[in-house]
Ligand binder design. Structure first.
Ligand code: A2P
Length: 314
């Protein structure tokens, strides 16, 4: 039930994976078990999500020697957090994710954001006035440290997340091992057409996060319309006899974008990978493309009345 994209390393990356951001400890193990049992072979993780140990419990039950699924048959991604950009911190951070996930290697390790935070144990280091404490580590130096992880066999590929075209070019300009993926927010209201074209021309696959518009993002207001209720998406779904989520995921798959919908609900986890038994017409792929509003839902911090009311990862 999986269809794959091919990375510039030659690795096969399942086009649909399970997202784990916002998946609560206490729920995420069951979600990963459900996903693996429903045919998912791609799990998207990050140290910053605070749940890698529990994701690891599920992987330990299903993957590896003596278990139903071979390690080689699952694609696991993790991400280097912003406080770990200093070159001396990169390998320990990677080893921590490996230990939590219980894996000998990662298929893909991403730089989570292009900016560095102050080093240390505090995930979101802040000044007294609430503003974040950044560090001046150049992301090229972080990248060179990530390249060593490949040389050591800790990771099979490295990539980027939340990088724009210029920042991506900065990495391409110095890299020995090219970034294989750029993971960014992407959905019918933020189609990322230009970045997709830019990355594709350079052999970089795009992965779409918040593909369903993240209705569970902590700052979503209950009144605001949800992407999954967009009348045009709902109409398309009816026409194909599919759900809005399936239409959106299928659209990404058809434009060659990897998609990592998050769910902790077994029925939705199943629903979200049942997208390989129908095809959207070329016109409908273009139609969904036309819904773009450049509407970005995820930014690193959300400030309201001078207060930080949301911080990614913490
Ligand atoms: P839940 O985890 O309670 O099942 P995104 O991947 O864009 O971040 O969106 C995740 C959100 O979308 C979660 O709130 C999740 O709910 C919900 N969701 C995931 N799959 C579906 C689906 N097929 N139909 C409706 N809502 C879904």
């Amino acid at each position: 039930s999986c269809t794959y994209g091919t990375l510039s390393t030659g690795q096969k990356m399942p086009l649909v994976g399970l997202g784990t951001w916002k998946s609560a400890p206490g729920e995420v193990k069951q979600a990963v078990l459900s996903a693996l049992d429903s045919g998912y072979r791609h799990i998207d993780c990050a140290a910053a999500y605070g749940n890698e140990q529990e994701v690891g419990e599920a992987l330990r039950e299903r993957v590896g020697p003596g278990k139903p699924i071979k390690r080689e048959h699952v694609f696991v991604t993790s991400k280097l957090w912003n406080t770990k950009h200093h070159p001396d911190d990169v390998e320990p951070a990677c080893r921590k994710s490996l230990a939590d996930l219980g894996l000998p290697f990662l298929d893909l390790y991403l730089m989570h954001w292009p900016m560095a935070f102050e080093r240390g144990k505090v995930a979101m280091p802040r000044n007294a006035d609430g503003t974040l404490r950044y560090a001046d580590t150049d992301y090229r130096d972080t990248w060179r440290a990530m390249e060593k992880l490949m040389d050591q066999g800790l990771v099979r590929a490295i990539g980027l997340a939340n990088f724009n075209a210029r920042q991506t070019n900065d990495i391409l300009g110095i890299s020995k091992h090219k970034p294989v993926v750029n993971q960014v927010e992407c959905h019918p209201h933020l189609t990322q057409k230009e970045l997709l074209t830019h990355c594709r021309a350079r052999g970089i696959m795009l992965t779409a996060y918040s593909p369903l518009g993240s209705p569970d993002r902590p700052w979503a207001s209950p009144e605001e319309p949800r992407l999954l209720d967009d009348p045009q998406i709902v109409a398309l779904a009816r026409r194909y006899g599919k759900t809005p989520a399936q239409v959106i995921i299928r659209w990404q798959v058809q434009r060659g974008v990897v998609c990592i919908p998050k769910s902790t609900t077994p029925s939705r986890i199943k629903e979200n990978i049942q997208v390989f038994d129908f095809t959207l017409s070329e016109e409908d792929v273009k139609l969904i493309e036309s819904f773009n509003r450049n509407e970005r839902l995820i930014v690193p911090t959300i400030e309201k009345d001078g207060q930080t009311i949301w911080r990614d990862g913490g």
